[in-house]
Ligand binder design. Structure first.
Ligand code: UD1
Ligand code: UDP
Length: 368
């Protein structure tokens, strides 16, 4: 009998990171694979669009947990996934990234002594106010195989007492997806549909630290309005942020601004087309710091820290903190740079990370 492996997705970035791993393991044909969707994200453009555009297998199991407070959401996934694990008895589960679905499913498996592989292990912001930092540290502690995207992740894990033999530097599976689908990005009609003729700044913001506090949000939006006088902005808006803008009564005025195109979240191919053609990207996303590094597009990260320092040391990312009033000047300086800044694509961000993972899993189970 083939060993049974569950791959767990739930939030938008999970689909992009998991698909190459699923496909690579599937090609090996040595494992019995089950794709589990927790349903943490559920809007068409936050979940199903990725399944469709990445030609992803339809999830075998959907827990349909939806949104909720942290304890509620994590607890619901834990309860529902535990039942699935007891019924299905997988030999291993693979979790991705740092979202609530990641820790909840890891915890359910750990309590049943089912081994866990964590893809994107060892990233640390050292900021325990971030829910993701809690999810990262705890998931790594529970994991048997730790797959890392960058060299410093290994040091972080070793400093936390994790055994070196369980850590495997494999590269970045989000970049595997980028490389696989890159040929489609410029075929997207999104720039035509949005009537984009000039250079633009692409904006995404969804961190609770930036958008949940009303005063912060007001300041941030004011500074985006000022930025839009320098360069037109395209702002595909995360549902968390949309809700916060609406309850702060900021959504309608922002929506009326002719220099800011406020749009719903968009699918992967359209978003990547906008990203690779942007003059500058302003974001607080984890994945987008990495994708801009791959493309060499200037990225301005509105956070005080990043768990992805390689995007600064090798890439085009600048961490600017959260003094929002500085954003227009920083954007202006970045678009006035005449020559493209030097950058290098981090080691092993080469489209083959998922194959490295499946080789390691194959080796692990062949030698059991
Ligand atoms: C989550 C992750 C974050 C990740 C982000 C990717 C956690 C703790 N956070 O943040 O690390 O960067 O996903 O996008 O796991 N909502 C909808 N429709 C959806 C999904 C969410 O309307 O399909 C709204 C709901 O009001 C919900 C809010 O967005 O309460 C936040 O969603 P949630 O999944 O809790 O956190 P994210 O901010 O999306
Ligand atoms: N993304 C997308 N459409 C959007 C915004 C983002 O396809 O409207 C993609 C983006 O290219 C990246 C991923 O979603 O691959 C990042 O997700 P997000 O910023 O929500 O999460 P994070 O990486 O911060 O956890």
């Amino acid at each position: 009998m083939k060993p049974k492996i569950h791959l767990v997705v739930g939030a938008r970035p999970n689909f992009i990171k998991a698909n190459p791993v699923y496909n690579s393991l599937n090609q090996l044909n040595k494992f019995d694979l089950t794709l589990v969707n927790t349903g943490q994200h559920y809007d068409q453009n936050m979940s199903d669009v990725f399944i469709q555009e990445l030609n992803m297998k339809k999830p075998d199991i959907n827990l349909e947990v939806g949104s909720g407070l942290h304890g509620q959401q994590t607890g619901k996934i834990l309860e529902l996934y535990e039942k699935v694990l007891i019924r299905e008895k997988p030999d291993m589960i693979i979790v991705f990234g740092d979202v609530n679905s990641t820790i909840a499913c890891a915890l359910a498996a750990a309590k049943l002594a089912i081994p866990i592989s964590h893809v994107e292990s060892g990233l640390r912001s050292f900021d325990w106010n971030m829910p993701e930092e809690i999810n990262r540290v705890l998931t790594d502690k529970l994991s048997k195989l730790l797959f890392t995207t960058s060299p410093e992740a290994k040091d972080n894990l070793i400093n936390e007492g994790i055994s070196e033999k369980n850590i495997h530097f494999v590269g970045n599976t989000m970049i595997d997806s980028l490389i696989e689908f890159q040929h489609k990005f410029n075929k997207s009609n999104i720039r035509k549909d949005l009537d984009i003729q000039d250079e633009y700044a692409l904006i995404t913001l969804h961190r609770p630290s930036n958008v949940d506090n009303k005063n912060n949000l007001i300041e941030l939006i004011n500074s985006i309005k000022t930025t839009s006088k320098i360069i037109p902005c395209i702002f595909p808006i995360h549902p968390r942020t949309k809700n916060k803008l609406k309850s702060a009564k900021l959504y309608n005025t922002l929506n009326k601004n002719k220099r800011i195109k406020l749009i719903d979240p968009i699918g992967y191919i359209d978003f990547m087309c906008l990203q690779m053609n942007a003059r500058v990207v302003l974001t607080d996303s984890g994945g987008i710091q990495e994708e801009t590094t791959f493309f060499g597009i200037p990225c301005i990260t509105v956070r005080n820290n990043t768990e992805r320092p390689i995007t600064i040391s090798n890439g085009t990312n600048k961490l600017i903190g959260t003094e929002y009033y500085k954003i227009p000047d920083i954007v202006e300086a970045s678009i006035n740079v005449k020559h493209q800044e030097k950058f290098s694509i981090p080691s092993l961000w080469d489209g083959k990370s998922a194959d490295r993972i499946s080789k390691i899993l194959d080796f692990t189970y062949s030698n059991k």
